[in-house]
Design a protein around this ligand. Sequence first.
Ligand SMILES: NC(=O)c1ccc[n+]([C@@H]2O[C@H](COP(=O)([O-])OP(=O)(O)OC[C@H]3O[C@@H](n4cnc5c(N)ncnc54)[C@H](OP(=O)(O)O)[C@@H]3O)[C@@H](O)[C@H]2O)c1
Length: 345
Amino acid sequence: MTEIPKTNLQWLLAERPVDRAVKESDFKLHEAPIPEPNDGEFVIRVIYSSLAPVMRFYMLDGAGIEEPLEIGDVMRGRGVGEVVRTKNPDYAVGDIVHGKMGWQQYAVADSSPYYLMFKVNQRIVSVSTALGVLGMTGFTAYFGLLDIGKPKPGEMVLVSGAAGGVGSSVGQIAKILGCKTVGIAGSDEKCKLLVEKLGYDAAINYNSGDIGAQMDKACPDGIDVFFDNVGGEILDEGLARINKYARVVSCGQISQYIGDGSPRPIQNAYKIGRLNALMQGFLIYDYAPRFDEAERDMVPWIKDGKLTYQEDILDGIERMPEGLIRLYDSKNQGKQLVRVSADPF
Ligand SMILES: NC(=O)c1ccc[n+]([C@@H]2O[C@H](COP(=O)([O-])OP(=O)(O)OC[C@H]3O[C@@H](n4cnc5c(N)ncnc54)[C@H](OP(=O)(O)O)[C@@H]3O)[C@@H](O)[C@H]2O)c1
């Protein structure tokens, strides 16, 4: 049996961030015993933990995706880790898995759908990719772009939140498919990353002047596919510039997540009807039966150097709240992760 310590550090929900931004004091660090598996269960040593914008909703109302957390519950989140104890015949000690593990060093899980647990078969570079480019984040980029965006070679694809976890893959996939790509991010440093590392044809810094005028310049023939991670003014300005039959992928609306729950009104939604365009949201969990399909395309792209990935890794479970807050403060570049324990690979 693998040697494991006696205590399990966990982050518990201490307060709900109602009508305000998330604060470090919304969480409480707690020491619990290491869980022992019952029949059908297995225990995982968490290696990396994922941070995602949706987590503020987990702290409030579940966002219609999950049950709301109770005060005192372990914070919900996905992780990748190694099975260290097992009473489940389908999971062996040493298996690397990703799934719902919570903000903690050791998690217990079983085969039920709740955990949405997958074995990691691909170890191209780091197991961290199971939470990033080869996990929910990258698959969100893949299915949102291909299934809803349906990009054709030569079309103009505009991506907001382009330097984030999802956005950093969207532009590259669109480029692989032969599109022209423009990414939007919040700083010159991120715009440099978009063009120099993530292969965008052009980048727009939404904090440096008139966003609409910048879109006009970067997309002179209009927008065919708009992959929107941000909502609000950026969504509105993008809608104002869509072409006939455009596809608008409403992936997320991070600019509207913090506030009193009344999102900024959108003026240009009428363009959807007038231009025979389509605008659609989606939930990546609904694509779970098709994740193999995404891996089949994306793994060769990574191996061939066509799809690079950007991770922003903090060290130590103590930094989980900081990692989450970085997303809303625009501090992360690429997928925000925390390394919870040593990565043995
Ligand atoms: N549909 C689904 O199933 C699904 C799945 C996963 C994620 N999502 C959504 O996809 C989006 C991206 O998620 P992610 O995990 O990849 O996060 P992410 O893009 O890595 O996270 C945060 C980034 O959003 C940008 N941002 C934050 N506040 C902003 C604001 N007020 N205005 C404009 N940009 C702002 C920041 O970049 P800048 O420097 O550019 O400001 C920040 O770095 C989110 O909206 C998320 O909810 C949806």
